[in-house]
Write a protein that binds this ligand. Structure first.
Ligand code: LLP
Length: 424
C-alpha cells in the first residue's frame, strides 16, 4: 500500500496535490512519500521482530540523505557497495555498526575508510579481496570484520541483468571454495569472521529461489560450524520484488514467515538487505508533456523526462504504470511515451495503452522510487532533476535541480605549452 492517491481526480502524495509541487518545483522531479517509506520499512522490519535481526537498506536503490535518514531514525542500517555510499550512510545518521559492505570491487582506499568507520562487516567476494582487507587492517594496526558472500548457484527467475546468484554471475565465492577461504580467513591475524552472506538477485516474485538458497546456506553453515568456524550473522541479501504491473510478489510478512519456517531455531542475527521493496512504490517521477505527434504507424507522447532520468525501461524493458496527474475522462490510445534524448531507446513506455495527454499535461511515472534517481545521469547534458519529499501536508525539496553551472563543474579547458603540441 502506498500514499499516492486521487482526491477529486487530482493525484496527491499523502495530502499534497502533485500539481502544486510541479508548479513550485518545475518538472521533471522525483517525488517520495515519507509515510510510504516508513510503512514499507516497518513492514519488513516488523516481519522479523521476533528474531534478532538488522534491516540494512540497500543504499543503491535510493541514496538521498533524507531518505536514508528516515530509515536511520527507524533503527535501520545500510547495505553499501562503495565509499560514496558509506559517506552518504554515515552523513544521513546511520550507525556504522549497522552497515554491511558488499560488492566485487572494493578498493584499498574504500576498505580503509570502512575499517576506520567501524562497519559491522565486509561481505567479501573473492580471495584477493580478503588479502587486501587483511593487508589494510594490518597497516592500520587493527582488525577487520568479515563475512564471505557465497554464490549459492540458484536461479532467481528474474531479468538476466539483475540475477546475481548463478554460477555464471560475477558475484560471490562458489560454495565449493568458500570453506577453504573461511579456513584461510580464520588463520589471518587481522581478520575477524562474523558471518555468512548471499544475495541472489533482484525483483524476485516467488519464494522458492530464496528458500532454495537458504537451504544451501544452512547446510553450509553447519559444515562451517563443525569445522569450528562460528557464524554470528546470517545475511540473506535483498531481492524481494514489488508490483509494477500485475506481478504478485509475496508480502514481506509472508516472505518472513517462509524464511523463518525454513530457518528453524537459530541463535544468529539475521541481516536483510532490502532495497526495492521499501522504496520502489514510495516514489514517482513527475513529468510534463511537451508535444504529441503521430506518423502512419504510431503515436508518440513526448515528455520532458528521458532515459537519463529513469533508465529502467530502456535498460531492462521494465514496465512502469503511467497515470495522469489530473484524471479526466481522457481517451486512451496505443502510444509510446518518449523523452527528449537522441536515442531510439529513449522511451518510458512503448506500445502501451496510454492516456492521450496533450502538451502541458502532467503525467506520473509510477513505482520509480527504486533505481530511478540513483541510476540517473547527465546524458545529453541534462541537469539531473529535483527530488522532493512529502510528509503529510508538507513537502520539501531534498535535492535541488542541477543547473548548467553544476553540469560543467570540475571541467576545464586546458592550456598546454605551445611546444607540447604534436607536430602537424
Ligand atoms: N544486496 C545486494 C548485495 C545487492 O546487490 C542488491 C541489489 C540488494 C541488496 C538490493 O536488492 P533489492 O532488494 O533492491 O532487489 N538496477 C536494477 C536493480 C539492481 C539490483 C542490484 N543489487 C533495477 O532497476 O531493477
Amino acid at each position: 500500500m502506498n500514499y499516492f492517491n486521487y482526491q477529486d481526480d487530482h493525484l496527491c502524495c499523502e495530502s499534497v496535490p502533485v500539481a502544486r509541487i510541479a508548479e513550485e518545483v518545475g518538472t521533471p522531479f522525483y517525488l517520495y512519500s515519507a509515510a510510504t517509506l516508513t510503512r514499507h520499512f516497518q513492514a519488513m522490519d516488523d516481519a522479523f521482530a521476533d528474531l534478532p535481526h538488522l534491516t540494512c537498506f540497500a543504499v543503491k536503490a535510493c541514496a538521498n540523505l533524507a531518505v536514508l535518514n528516515i530509515f536511520a531514525s527507524l533503527g535501520g542500517g545500510a547495505d553499501i557497495v562503495s565509499g560514496g555510499e558509506l559517506y552518504r550512510a554515515i552523513k544521513a545518521g546511520m550507525a556504522p555498526g549497522r552497515i554491511v559492505y558488499s560488492g566485487v570491487g572494493k578498493t584499498a582506499a574504500e576498505i580503509e575508510m570502512a575499517i576506520k568507520a567501524g562497519i559491522l562487516m565486509f561481505n567479501v567476494e573473492s580471495s584477493q579481496e580478503l588479502d587486501t582487507i587483511q593487508a589494510v587492517a594490518t597497516a592500520l594496526g587493527g582488525t577487520a570484520p568479515i563475512s564471505l558472500r557465497v554464490n549459492p548457484d540458484v536461479d532467481p527467475k528474474t531479468h538476466a541483468y539483475i540475477s546475481t546468484g548463478l554460477a555464471k554471475n560475477k558475484f560471490g565465492v562458489p560454495m565449493e571454495t568458500a570453506a577453504a577461504l573461511y579456513r584461510q580467513a580464520a588463520s589471518m591475524p587481522n581478520i575477524v569472521i562474523k558471518g555468512l552472506s548471499c544475495h541472489i538477485g533482484s525483483q524476485l516474485t516467488e519464494m522458492s529461489p530464496f528458500l532454495e538458497s537458504l537451504r544451501k546456506m544452512k547446510a553450509f553453515m553447519a559444515r562451517l560450524e563443525a569445522a569450528g568456524i562460528k557464524i554470528s550473522y546470517l545475511d540473506l541479501g535483498g531481492g524481494l520484488g514489488i508490483r509494477y504491473d500485475d506481478e504478485d510478489p509475496p508480502h514481506p510478512a509472508a516472505y518472513a514467515a517462509a524464511i523463518k519456517a525454513e530457518l528453524g531455531d537459530t541463535n544468529r542475527t539475521l541481516v536483510l538487505e532490502p532495497g526495492r521493496v521499501i522504496v520502489g512504490n514510495a516514489g514517482i517521477l513527475v513529468t510534463r508533456v511537451l508535444y504529441t505527434k503521430a506518423n502512419q504507424l504510431k503515436k508518440f507522447i513526448v515528455v520532458d523526462a528521458g532515459m537519463n532520468d529513469l533508465g529502467r525501461p530502456s535498460l531492462y524493458g521494465a514496465f512502469h504504470a503511467i497515470q495522469p496527474v489530473h484524471r479526466t475522462t481522457m481517451a486512451t490510445a496505443k502510444a509510446d511515451l518518449v523523452g527528449p534524448i537522441c536515442e531510439t531507446g529513449d522511451f518510458l513506455a512503448r506500445d502501451r495503452e496510454l492516456p492521450l495527454a496533450k502538451a502541458g499535461d502532467l503525467l506520473a511515472i509510477m513505482s520509480a522510487g527504486a533505481y530511478g534517481f540513483s541510476m540517473s545521469s547527465n546524458y545529453n547534458s541534462r541537469p539531473r532533476v529535483a527530488e522532493v519529499l512529502v510528509n503529510g501536508q508538507h513537502f520539501q525539496v531534498i535535492r535541488t535541480r542541477e543547473t548548467y553551472e553544476t553540469l560543467v563543474q570540475g571541467e576545464s579547458i586546458p592550456v598546454f605549452p605551445e611546444n607540447d603540441r604534436p607536430l602537424a
